[in-house]
Design a protein around this ligand. Sequence first.
Ligand code: TXA
Ligand code: MG
Length: 345
Amino acid sequence: MDTKTVRIDENKIDASLIKEAGEIIKSGGLVAFPTETVYGLGGDALNPESSKKIYAAKGRPSDNPLIVHIYRIEDLEKIVKNVSDEARKVIDAFWPGPLTLIFEKNDIVPKETTGGLDTVAVRFPIHPTAAAFIEAAGGFVAAPSANLSGKPSPTLAKYVCEDLNGRVDMIIDGGNIPIGLESTIVDMTSEIPMILRPGFVSKEMLEEVLGRVETDPTILDASSTQRPKAPGMRYRHYAPKADMEIIRGEEKNVIAAIKEKAAGNPSCTIICVSEHIGDYEGFKVKNAGSADDGNEIASNLYKILRECDDEGVEYIISESFSDKGIGAAIMNRLIKAAGHKITQV
Ligand code: TXA
Ligand code: MG
């Protein structure tokens, strides 16, 4: 398959290119597109054949459900059964935006899209190009992140091309992605709303609107033997090719332990906060961003993991970061990338 790549500026959306992208979806094809979280790999959410194609293009197990993306709130009730008062509150507070909500699905949503489940994950992105594209595509776009299964989600179009060139009909290059980590997922079908995947919309933010919110206990607990509620969270994910480990503890101890491990290992790369760059003189270092700026670290993380792959890095040692606010999402992805290898010093 030939993949056509087009550049669309979100501040000056090219209507004819968006129309072309929408037509591809309507005729059963696949288009990768930018959102505010990561790039998505889109197909018609209401067409079972399109969902099958998405799984094939990504190399993803078909029991791992897709998120359905909408561009206007009126369309929610066409695909879900019951929108509770609590769900309305969260929607008013955070949609459009980087938050995915899980509802009971309507019959119109095929089981191929939901990986066989009776529930459906719905997201209403705020990215202008995403919104225009979903509208042109007929209103319901199923989209996982636009990476090959098992690789870090793409935050630049060049990584989408690397993974999906020849596997999709079109790639919309929307430039840099503002958030850089996948959306927060909240299950609104459980008695107390439950976070299944942490993201930019943090537990603290959700609690302000909802009062009580729970977190799927499997998310941060390396030793948990329970099945995560979001099927996708159980796969080895967000992983670089290199072996990776995280060192956590008091600042001075962490720096000393990392230097000791890195010494004598020329292919080792260290991921650290910008405040510590000077402490690792003579070592290969990636700057994750300032310790005080979780958003900066979030937007750099997947880029750094992909760069390490490109550079053939065999071993990565990362500092641990704050787990407050968006930090919960950062640490969730980092721990997964490291295959749960985390040492306390
Ligand atoms: O930010 C995002 O959410 C991006 C952009 C493209 O919107 N999409 C994304 O999709 O991250 P994906 O497929 O890579 O991750 C979706 C996650 C998977 O872990 C999947 O198992 C879970 O959502 N999921 C989807 N539907 C679900 C459902 N009905 N119940 C539980 N988990 C669900
Ligand atoms: Mg993904």
